[in-house]
Design a protein around this ligand. Structure first.
Ligand SMILES: [Fe+2]
Length: 390
């Protein structure tokens, strides 16, 4: 389904129970130029139920802020069993459709994973094998869902921690193939790209270059946990897509890189856990960082347009850029663990160098001295930031 006519929603945050009150108070108190322009909801939490969850949800609905659903149960990577097409849970689809209509959802999304076999759901989002056959299965599932819901669907690239032996296609090729076959939109999770690049040893920026970024409708920006050992298996990984830490400076740089290449309709700060006492102020601070990147892109586009007009008409008037948004929170006063003003690190570096288990700065190759210094600063700041978060 076409996504190019979708309107621009701007910056949003996930609606979670722990911060719902803070979000509503913030929206109440803030001006039109709020940092929270829309809210992402997990629709499965709000379907087929009444009582307290429904009451809480109605408080949000009453605010009139746009709600965009991001599902976790559709399992678009599941293959049909003895049938031509995958059978979806009818009650799930019906509940979702009613909700999407109620909130006037502009689109819906879910993960490019397999989390169900028949009627058995897993707790985990299992990656789909990168094969042509799997791309066909996923595309058919997406087409069915779009046909049922009659709104555009976006799939999200997941983080994954193991590789199948079979890798017929590169991940980028697989994603592009699904986009082409399903003719749907893409939800690009930048932190997932970063986490995967660390665990599977590839470079995030060339990976992004290979993706069909014109199909990106929405972006997720979350935090990662460095170094993680499974309590169950002892398996060690370099990074975990935890959604419980601040967005890293490296992810913000990748975000900046992506939005220079394509126009996205919505950007989400993705946080699901570790809401500390001052957590909400921390989130406002992060939103401010992201907004600053978005605004700088907007400002430079305005300037380019004005420059073109000036050249065309040979006028000499001054070019005015858009008014900077004044952001009204105590987070403005948050002490400078700010990474946003640091110059961009060279993201063509080997991602394993980001993942030094110690606080020492790893050896960096293939970057010039200036980049080395910038990267060293960024890594120091990143280490401090993670240390602060415990
Ligand atoms: Fe995500």
């Amino acid at each position: 389904m076409l996504t190019n006519k979708l309107k621009f929603y701007g910056l949003g945050i996930g609606l979670r129970d722990e911060i719902q009150k803070d979000i509503l108070s913030y929206l109440e108190a803030s001006s039109k130029q709020t940092l929270i322009q829309w809210l992402e909801i997990i629709p499965e939490n709000y379907i087929n139920n009444g009582g307290l969850p429904r009451k809480r949800f109605e408080e949000v609905l009453a605010k009139g802020v746009p709600l965009i659903p991001h599902g976790v149960n559709l399992s678009i990577g599941s293959a049909p069993q003895n049938k031509k097409r995958l059978e979806f849970d009818f009650y799930l689809l019906k509940g979702l459709k009613e909700l999407f209509e109620e909130i006037k959802a502009p689109w819906f999304s879910d993960h490019l994973v397999n989390s169900r076999i028949g009627s058995h759901y897993f707790q985990e989002l299992i990656p789909v094998p990168f094969t042509k056959e799997a791309a066909e299965v996923v595309a058919n599932n997406i087409k069915y869902l779009e046909d049922y819901f009659q709104i555009p669907f976006l799939f999200e690239n997941p983080s994954y921690y193991t590789n199948y032996g079979l890798r017929e296609l590169r991940e980028q090729t697989f994603i592009n193939l699904v986009l082409e076959k399903a003719r749907c939109g893409f939800l690009l999770d930048i932190n997932n790209v970063l986490v995967n690049s660390m665990n599977h040893k590839y470079l995030p920026k060339p990976f992004l270059d290979d993706l069909d970024l014109k199909k990106v409708v929405q972006v997720h920006l979350g935090g990662l946990k460095r170094g993680y050992t499974s309590k169950l298996t002892g398996h060690k990984i370099k990074a975990l897509d935890s959604h419980g830490e601040a967005v890293s400076d490296v992810a913000l740089d990748l975000f900046s890189y992506v939005i220079k290449k394509t126009k996205v309709k919505a950007v989400l700060l993705e946080r699901d856990m570790n809401f500390s006492e001052e957590g909400f102020l921390g989130l406002i601070y992060e939103l401010k960082q992201i907004r600053k990147i978005m605004d700088s892109k907007y400002d430079s586009e305005e300037e380019n347009e004005a420059e073109k007009t000036k050249l065309a008409t040979n006028q000499t008037e001054n070019i005015s850029s858009a008014e900077p948004v004044t952001l009204e929170t105590e987070a403005n006063n948050r002490p400078a663990s700010s990474l946003i003003d640091n110059k961009t690190a060279d993201l063509n570096m080997n991602p394993s160098s980001i993942m030094s288990p110690t606080n020492s700065i790893p050896a960096i190759t293939a970057v010039d001295d200036l980049s080395k210094n910038q990267l060293a600063n960024d890594l120091d700041s990143l280490n401090e930031e993670f240390a602060d978060l415990g």
